[in-house]
Design a protein around this ligand. Structure first.
Ligand SMILES: [Zn+2]
Length: 374
């Protein structure tokens, strides 16, 4: 049994597995007590045959084949790992030490049977991510991805570090003021984890064509995921949606509107796109806009974007969690949604899911392709 899923026996004799966490835990009726004997025997010190012998020795009415099929069911449910599985090739020498705690969390959340608990970490190690905008959201997300062992990270930002950034952009130090963010971010991220290949460039995205070029349009996309941390120009999410749909590149974006902090998780071809979600959410919120009026009218837009270290770190964390889930498969995440937190209503978690819209101008049959946007 995975140590994080260690079972216990309830007062009425049932076996509870997987920690009492919604989404993971399960309860098994065990009137004869042999399931409990089975889970006790599965402590990583015995072979399957030895486990079957142990259980049938204590409960002679149980057949060895029944024990084997119960082990198979526990394994299929994600509660079991092979304690003798070797470290898969492809990980670095320092990874077993550096990522011991992270892999323990991954196997806790992973309910798919795996040959090794290190498989999800190996997927992160092989992942290539581009982070566009390393300010509050993107900078925090980049730190989390590098600490988590993503293999390659490319950061893009045209700005220089200013004193006014330092209330929330914790990737930077006072000594970075006046430096290009792309350069300061690369240095900070490399010093955090030198096993990650970190690169950067001070590049400005002025339109969808710029973005398409950055993402390798026409040349083969060298990334597995785009993390969009930039919120300027205001159209950048729309551009990212169109370009990523065309390139079939998964992407995650995040940000804040005051105390409302959200991240959107988008995989082209899997669920609604960013524009579908946005239109669905505008309907749900019943903004009562006049015909032709953009939903931005309902939200104050100012030259500055009010933010604190807390809102920026939360935003970056939501983005990084989604990115890591898409890249590693743990925990499973069905894309095409926004999730988040409203600091003014902590009891009301944000979860926006809307169906794909057949007439969507971005992902519908009449959509504009990237080449038309150039
Ligand atoms: Zn759409």
């Amino acid at each position: 049994m995975k140590p994080e899923h260690r079972p216990y026996r309830t007062v009425d004799g049932n076996v509870r597995i997987g920690s009492v966490i919604y989404g993971i835990g399960a309860e098994i009726a065990d009137p004869d007590g042999w399931i409990w004997a089975l889970t006790e025997a599965m402590d990583g010190t015995r072979t399957v045959a030895q486990i079957a012998a142990e259980v049938t020795g204590r409960h002679p009415v149980v057949e060895p084949g029944t024990v084997r099929s119960a082990i198979g069911e526990l394994r299929a449910a994600g509660f079991v790992e092979d304690a003798a599985a070797p470290l898969p090739p492809g990980l670095g020498d320092r990874d077993p030490v550096r990522h011991a705690r992270g892999v323990a969390l991954l196997r806790w959340m992973d309910l798919s049977p795996r040959a090794s608990p290190w498989q999800a970490q190996l997927r992160l190690r092989r992942a290539r991510v581009v982070v566009l905008g390393v300010g509050g959201t993107g900078g925090a997300a980049a730190q989390l991805l590098v600490a988590s062992g993503v293999g390659r990270l490319h950061v893009v930002d045209p700005d220089v570090v200013e004193l006014s950034n330092l209330n929330r952009q914790m990737l930077y130090r006072e000594t970075d003021i006046g430096s290009l963010k792309a350069e300061a971010a690369v240095a900070a991220l490399r010093s955090l984890n030198s096993d990650v290949t970190v690169t950067g460039e001070p590049r400005e995205i002025r339109g969808p064509a710029d973005l398409a070029r950055l993402l390798g349009y026409g040349e083969g996309v060298p990334y597995d995921l785009l993390v969009l941390g930039a919120d300027r120009p205001p159209e950048i999410r729309r551009w990212a949606n169109r370009v990523c749909l065309d390139l079939k590149l998964p992407w995650v974006e995040g940000g804040y509107r005051g105390p409302l902090i959200t991240a959107g998780v988008h995989v082209p071809g899997d669920g609604p796109c960013w524009e579908c979600l946005r239109a669905g959410e505008a309907e749900r919120r019943d903004l009562r806009l006049a015909p032709g009026q953009d939903e931005e009218a309902a939200s104050p837009r100012m030259p500055w974007n009010p933010a604190s270290a807390v809102t920026a770190a939360l935003s970056g964390t939501l983005v990084a969690h989604a990115a890591l889930a898409l890249l590693s498969g743990v925990p499973p995440m069905e894309p095409g949604f926004r999730y988040g937190i409203n600091l003014m209503a902590l009891g009301d978690p944000v979860l926006q899911r809307h169906p794909r819209r057949p007439a969507c101008p971005a992902c519908g049959p009449n959509r504009n392709r990237t080449r038309d946007l150039n």
